[in-house]
Design a protein around this ligand. Structure first.
Ligand code: NCD
Length: 315
């Protein structure tokens, strides 16, 4: 049995196999509607979520499976002091697979150590968000046709943005990548991303404050929201929240085939006049999330792809 806690829990080869499966589901979802009949997902969300929770639940239902869970730790026994270790021991008797989002970094990892069913990290504090990474990579590959040789700009809150940390870690394994890290000084990527991920692999990167300066050279622009809930004081948030706003005028500086991604929710980092630009990929990214989570659930449960008669890879 395997869990998905960190984006590196799957090799790059396995990640490609998941993307291939998600692409096949994308092209013919009806062929997968009975794959997980009578299987059950536990959706354990201790922190707010719209896309991640609903797309996990939709993914399980699209596969013919069932869903139980809670959308808020306050309505679970966590509010009475139950630990995630005890919760997952119990949930292991009620479901076949669990997706857990938690404000505490490391909570899904801890749960996985006590679990008898596969645990998927659906976001832990400011740390990781591996399933977002899978759907981000799927979207980039569908847009650009490849995951090699790309220049990817990350813009906004690179300090607290867990989607950024996970995506850089995973993409750092692809060939000939370049990263442009666009943020205010206070919201730079954590040092470990530079010293443990980029530098050991000699991956070229620049840190800059200028979105306008970076735009002309990018294949992908990954915008992010300033993560208000992870700030220690509101004043800093208010000062930094509007550091970057992508609008149609700024987008005019970008290559015509660049793609704009955003894990969403957006607050005001992308104005509405960007939504109709063909480079806007953020809504398609959220749609891809359902197909990718279907692929992930199938694979962790060892369910065969009806199209190939095989599992994507053994778990
Ligand atoms: C992200 C998250 O929760 O980390 N949202 C998501 O899952 N799509 C990004 C965010 O909240 O800013």
């Amino acid at each position: 049995m395997r869990h998905l806690i960190d984006p590196l829990d799957f090799t790059l080869e396995e990640t490609y196999k998941l993307m291939d499966l998600a692409d096949r589901i994308h092209d013919d979802p009806a062929a997968y509607q009975d794959v997980a009949t009578r299987k059950r997902l536990a959706s354990l969300f201790y922190e707010p979520s719209t896309r991640t929770r609903l797309s996990f639940e939709a993914a399980m239902m699209n596969l013919g499976g069932q869903v139980i869970g809670f959308p808020d730790g306050g309505v679970s026994s966590a509010s009475k002091g139950e630990t995630v270790a005890d919760t997952i021991r119990i949930v292991s008797s009620y479901a076949d697979i669990a997706a857990m989002r938690h404000p505490k970094e490391g909570a899904p990892l801890r749960a996985s150590r006590y679990s008898r069913i596969p645990v998927i990290n659906a976001g832990d504090g400011g740390h990781s968000h591996p399933t977002q990474t899978l759907l981000d990579m799927m979207t980039i590959r569908r847009r650009k046709g490849t995951l090699d040789g790309l220049t990817i700009g990350f813009c906004g809150d690179l300090k607290f943005g867990r989607t950024v940390h996970s995506l850089i870690k995973s993409l750092a394994r692809c060939d000939n990548m370049k990263f442009v890290l666009i943020s205010p000084e206070e919201l730079r990527v954590p040092d470990y991303i530079i010293s443990e991920v980029l530098e050991p692999r000699h991956i070229p990167y620049v840190e800059t404050r200028s979105l306008e300066g970076a735009l002309p050279d990018l294949d992908i622009l990954y915008m992010t929201r300033v993560q208000r809930e992870r700030f220690f004081n509101e004043e800093d948030y208010v000062r930094l929240k509007n550091s970057y706003v992508l609008n149609a005028d700024k987008l005019a500086l970008a290559p015509p085939d660049m793609a704009v991604l955003h894990p969403l929710p957006r607050v005001n980092e992308i104005t509405l006049d960007v939504d109709d630009d063909p480079r806007a990929a953020y809504f398609e990214q959220a749609t891809n999330g359902v197909y990718m989570r279907m692929a992930l659930i199938m694979t962790l449960l060892g369910l065969k792809d009806p199209k190939t008669g095989e599992v994507a890879f053994p778990c």
